[in-house]
Design a binder for this molecule. Structure first.
Ligand code: HEM
Length: 209
């Protein structure tokens, strides 16, 4: 009996040491700032509410959702709402991307008229922001966008709204910008294919890098 009790206490001690080691390794790998930021966000009431509602929609969010990650330090409520509507309706959005030697040509279409209107407004608004180097600082935004808000004046953009969708052609003489345009176009395709799941996975990958 005494022996059993001792072995139980021993297991608890080993478990505790393991837990401490995992926490120490995570801290070293991610940096205390990232963890504190994540913890603050995750324990906020706002996140809890959104998570409950998002997970209620099987993580894809086809019901009424608040997505706090779509707010931005420098974004309007309308811009965040547009993003939320696109994410809620990603299954209605289709897209073709052509990589050009000096940029991209994309055709994006939403089968629902209201979603199409939000998509057009998003594209026009965001490309306008890039031209003015005016970063919306949306919480979940990809770091691929950083270079656009530093050197966006070196991107030439053309937007055409047609029955087949919104056609965006963006070119640059700066090879780093061309790279970023192509990477971002692929990220947009992933969001249009898989919605928030694509964003969550990209964020997790960045955190454990
Ligand atoms: C379902 C989600 C989304 C869709 C369907 C979407 C769609 C698009 C499309 C079609 C473009 C034009 C460029 C291209 O075709 O590759 C674009 C540009 C842009 N989007 Fe989104 N977007 C989404 C999410 C986001 C998010 C979360 C952000 C965060 C800030 C964002 C910021 C931008 C910016 C800054 C641009 C301009 C980039 C440039 O000038 O090259 N988008 N988006």
């Amino acid at each position: 009996m005494n022996k059993q009790k001792k072995s139980f206490q021993y297991k608890i001690l080993v478990g505790f040491i393991l837990l401490l080691s995992v926490s120490a390794i995570s801290f070293a790998a991610l940096g205390s700032k990232t963890i504190t930021k994540m913890a603050g966000y995750i324990t906020s009431g706002e996140y809890m509410l959104a998570a409950r509602q998002m997970h209620g929609a099987n993580g894809q969010g086809h019901d009424e959702i608040i997505m706090p990650g779509l707010k931005g330090e420098n974004a309007t409520p309308e811009e965040s709402e547009e993003l939320a509507i696109m994410f809620q309706n990603f299954d209605k959005i289709t897209r073709k991307v052509e990589n050009l030697p000096n940029g991209i040509r994309t055709v994006t279409h939403a089968s629902d008229e209201a979603v199409m209107a939000k998509l057009v407004s998003h594209v026009v608004g965001m490309i306008g922001r890039v031209e003015n180097l005016d970063d919306p600082k949306i919480f979940i935004q990809s770091p691929t966008l950083d270079i656009f808000f530093m050197r966006g004046d070196k991107i030439k953009s053309e937007i055409d709204v047609t029955d087949n969708g919104i056609i965006v052609t963006q070119t640059s003489n700066d090879p780093e910008l061309v790279d970023a345009l192509q990477t971002h176009a692929a990220e947009v395709s992933d969001m249009a294919d898989r919605g928030m799941q694509a964003v969550h996975e990209a964020m997790m990958k960045r955190m454990i890098k």
